[in-house]
Ligand binder design. Structure first.
Ligand code: NAD
Length: 369
C-alpha cells in the first residue's frame, strides 16, 4: 500500500459517494446525506481524523447494531432551562443536530440552557455543534466523553482511564464564529488512526507504553499494524497521553464528571460486566444568549477584541498569530477549492466497504503527483 499515491477527491463527488455508502447500508437518503455532510465537514476543516476515514467503522457498527439508523432524541427530563436527552445510539450526525437545536430553542426562550446528552453514536467533530449554535447567535460550551471508551492515561499514570474527551467553546462574532475545539488527549485518537494509515505521524510523547516509555508508534494503541485492515484499540497495550500534564488531565477528568456522570451516560471507565460494547458519546452543553446577559453588542465587541489579540507581534515573523478556528477556516477554503486529500489506505478501506455494499467508487480520484 505504501507505494500507492495519495488521492485528492473533489468535495461534491466525495459527499455523493459517502452518502451512497450509508444509504446502501440501510440509512434513509436524508440521513446518509447528513452523515456524509458532517464527515466531510471534518475533512474540510483539516480534522481528517474525524472525516470519511470513519466510514468503514461506522458501517461495521451499523451492521453489528452498535449504532442505529433513523433515531430521534428521547427527552428524559425537562425544565425551561435544562434537559436530559437520550440519543438512543443513533448516528451522532443525526442526534447531534437534534440535541443542539433543542438547546438553541431553550436558550432563545430563557436566555440560557444546560443540556445533558447521553447514549449518542459518535458525534464526530464537536466544532460542528458550536458552529450550529453560533449561527443561531449563541455562545456554547461542550464537554464530551465516550462511555466505556478509555484510551488515555491520567497525568502520572500509564493505565487507560479517560477517553479523548474533547472540549469545545464557540462564540458568535460579527465576522463569523470563533471556535475552540480540541481533544484533552495530546492528539485525538483519530490522529493515531490517520498515522497508522501512513498519514501524518503523531508528535513525540503522544502515547505511552505500559512500562512508562513515551511513544509515537500507532502500535502502542492498536497492537501490530501490519496486515490489519480495521484498527482496534483493544489490541494495543499502551495509552494516549493527555495534553498539558496535570492541567489537561484535570480537564479530561471534569469531562467525565459532566458528560459521563451528570448526563447519566456513564464514564469512560469499565462497563459493568466487563464487556466493551459500543461507542456512545455523552455531551454536556451550555447555550448562552448574549442578549440575555445584556451584552447586545457581544458580536461586535468579541470581534474587536479578537482583532486586538491578532495584532500581537508574531514571535516568528513568518508565522501569523491565529485565533481559535482560524486554521480550520483556512483549510476549509483551500479544500473547497482544491478537493480533499486522502491517504491511499483510507481510500482503499472506504472502497472495500463500498464494494461490499454494491457501491461503485467514483472514478474521480486523482493521484497526487
Ligand atoms: P487540535 O490539536 O488540532 O486543536 C484544534 C484547536 O486548536 C482548534 O480550536 C484550532 O483552531 C486551534 N488551533 C490549532 N492551531 C492553532 C494556532 N496555530 N493558533 C491558534 N489556534 C490554533 O485538535 P484535536 O485535539 O486533534 O481534535 C481534533 C478534533 O477531534 C476536534 O474537532 C474534536 O472535537 C474531535 N474529537 C472528537 C471526539 C469525539 O468523541 N467525538 C473525541 C476527541 C476529539
Amino acid at each position: 500500500m505504501a507505494d500507492l499515491p495519495s488521492v485528492t477527491v473533489p468535495v461534491g463527488a466525495l459527499r455523493d459517494y459517502i452518502a451512497a455508502i450509508f444509504t446502501a447500508a440501510g440509512c434513509a437518503t436524508t440521513e446518509g446525506g447528513r452523515i456524509a455532510h458532517h464527515l466531510i465537514s471534518a475533512n474540510l476543516t483539516g480534522h481528517d481524523s474525524h472525516g470519511v476515514i470513519r466510514t468503514p467503522r461506522y458501517i461495521l457498527w451499523l451492521k453489528e447494531g452498535k449504532v442505529r439508523a433513523g433515531q430521534q432524541i428521547a427527552v428524559l427530563h425537562e425544565t425551561p432551562t435544562h434537559a436530559v436527552l437520550d440519543g438512543q445510539y443513533g448516528f451522532g450526525q443525526t442526534i447531534g443536530p437534534q440535541a443542539v437545536d433543542f438547546g438553541i430553542e431553550k436558550a432563545r426562550a430563557a436566555g440560557m440552557a444546560a443540556i445533558g446528552l447521553r447514549n449518542s453514536g459518535h458525534i464526530g467533530r464537536i466544532g460542528d455543534w458550536a458552529e450550529r449554535a453560533a449561527a443561531a447567535g449563541l455562545i456554547s460550551l461542550h464537554f464530551v466523553n465516550v462511555q466505556g471508551g478509555e484510551l488515555v492515561a491520567p497525568f502520572g499514570g500509564v493505565d487507560r482511564r479517560f477517553s479523548t474527551n474533547p472540549i469545545c467553546i464557540g462564540v458568535p462574532t460579527r465576522e463569523g464564529p470563533i471556535i475552540l475545539d480540541f481533544a484533552t488527549s495530546l492528539v485525538a485518537e483519530g490522529k493515531v488512526l490517520v498515522a497508522s494509515n501512513g498519514g501524518k505521524p503523531v508528535p513525540e510523547g503522544a502515547l505511552i507504553e505500559p512500562d512508562g516509555r513515551l511513544s509515537r508508534d500507532p502500535a502502542t494503541l492498536y497492537g501490530p499494524i501490519a496486515g490489519t485492515h480495521l484498527r482496534d484499540s483493544a489490541r494495543g497495550e499502551g495509552a494516549l497521553r493527555s495534553f498539558g500534564d496535570h492541567k489537561g488531565s484535570g480537564l479530561a477528568f471534569m469531562c467525565e464528571m459532566l458528560a459521563g456522570v451528570l448526563t447519566g451516560g456513564g464514564t469512560s471507565g469499565p462497563i459493568p460486566g466487563g464487556k466493551r460494547g459500543r461507542i456512545a458519546n455523552g455531551m454536556f452543553s451550555l447555550y448562552l444568549d448574549p442578549d440575555g446577559f445584556g451584552a447586545a453588542d457581544f458580536a461586535v465587541q468579541a470581534r474587536a477584541y479578537a482583532e486586538y489579540v491578532k495584532s500581537s507581534r508574531p514571535a516568528d515573523p513568518a508565522v501569523a498569530v491565529l485565533l481559535p478556528g482560524e486554521p480550520e477556516s483556512r483549510t476549509r477554503a483551500a479544500r473547497l477549492k482544491d478537493g480533499i486529500p486522502l491517504q491511499p489506505e483510507t481510500w482503499e478501506a472506504i472502497a472495500a466497504t463500498a464494494r461490499d455494499l454494491g457501491v461503485t467508487p467514483p472514478a474521480v480520484a486523482m493521484p497526487n503527483g
